[in-house]
Design a protein around this ligand. Structure first.
Ligand SMILES: [Zn+2]
Length: 314
């Protein structure tokens, strides 16, 4: 059973390790005969392991699951929702800005990634964790920043981070110093600087959310794609994640400055060639998508200007 206890009442259900994406991890929060599932993963992983994990805690998947909550609407976090809802009958919860992709998974490749028509067609048959060939679910409960999710006597505070995707939320288990960080911190394993965002995301929102989260005095940082970070290791993850965003933006500015002007394909080419900063892995669309969002952030900061897809320093 791939179930391990972080602290009493918080369990990790370990999914498989997927090259380029890292782990697919789900979490259970349980107290007083109730259990909440955080991020059920893809349709396959951790998949059926979650129901087994609930049973191994002496709880009933049919009666004791108070909710299935997703940090955001990416396929590797919501793909398992339909089946788990059928097995448990639990309420499904997600932030309002990611509710559309939960209900209609193909919107992820239609609106959230920088993909050509051919790229979109290829992703329909994709076998990676961000494939979209699974059934969508209309959420039962729409989350807002500041909401509280109750499980027994526990309470999780909803913190809309809005960086990785506009509806991305982190959940803070009040009183236990546990932060479920989804993909906002430790988006990939082993290097907190590596990240990607979708087209609805924002690098300024990401940095603001990371700075706010770093002040929570979290002792247990529980990401979806990396191992848990505990006690002294935690603050390092936040500072490296913020550094990662700044280094990525600086690298884009260096490319534009070096070339005089550049489009997104040229920027992606130069970033891949120079290996100066950690780049998103797992799917080729993630780098140009993240560059596009970064350029928008740099544009609103008055650092770059874009016209007809060509970017120059402002
Ligand atoms: Zn994600």
């Amino acid at each position: 059973m791939p179930l391990s206890e972080i602290i009493p009442g918080v369990q990790l259900v370990k999914g498989k390790f997927v090259d380029g994406f890292g782990f697919l991890t789900s979490y259970l929060v349980h107290d007083g005969g109730e259990v909440l599932v955080i991020d059920p993963g893809t349709a396959g992983h951790p998949g059926g392991e979650i129901v087994k994990a609930i049973e191994s805690l002496g709880l009933s998947p049919r009666h004791d699951v108070v909710g299935i909550v997703c940090t955001h609407g990416h396929p590797d976090h919501i793909g398992g929702v339909w089946r788990l809802k059928r097995q448990t009958g639990a309420l499904v919860m997600i932030h309002e800005h990611d509710a559309d992709v939960m209900e209609t998974p193909s919107l992820f490749i239609e609106r959230r990634l920088r993909l050509s028509r051919a790229g979109r067609l290829a992703m329909k048959v994709d076998k990676s964790p961000i494939r979209v060939n699974f059934r969508g679910v209309k959420p039962d409960c729409i989350l807002k920043h500041g909401d509280e999710i109750r499980v027994g006597s526990y309470s999780l505070r909803v913190m809309n981070s809005g960086g990785h995707s506009k509806g991305h939320c982190m959940f803070y288990l009040t009183g236990k110093r546990v932060l479920f960080s989804g993909d906002e911190v430790n988006n990939y394993p082993n290097d907190a600087r590596r990240f990607y965002v979708d087209l609805s995301g924002s690098l300024s929102a990401k940095v603001t959310a990371l700075e706010a989260a770093s002040k929570l005095k979290t002792e247990y940082l529980l990401p979806a794609h990396d191992i848990p970070h505990i006690l002294t290791d935690v603050s390092l993850q936040f500072s490296e994640a913020i550094d990662g965003v700044r280094q990525f933006q600086d690298a884009i500015l260096r490319v534009i400055s070096g070339r005089g002007d550049a489009d997104i394909d040229q920027i992606a080419f130069d970033l891949r060639r120079t290996h100066g900063v950690p780049l998103p892995t797992g799917h080729e669309a993630l780098l140009p998508t993240t560059i596009e969002v970064a350029l928008r952030t740099l544009e609103s900061a008055g650092l770059v200007e874009g016209e007809n897809g060509v970017w120059t320093l402002a």
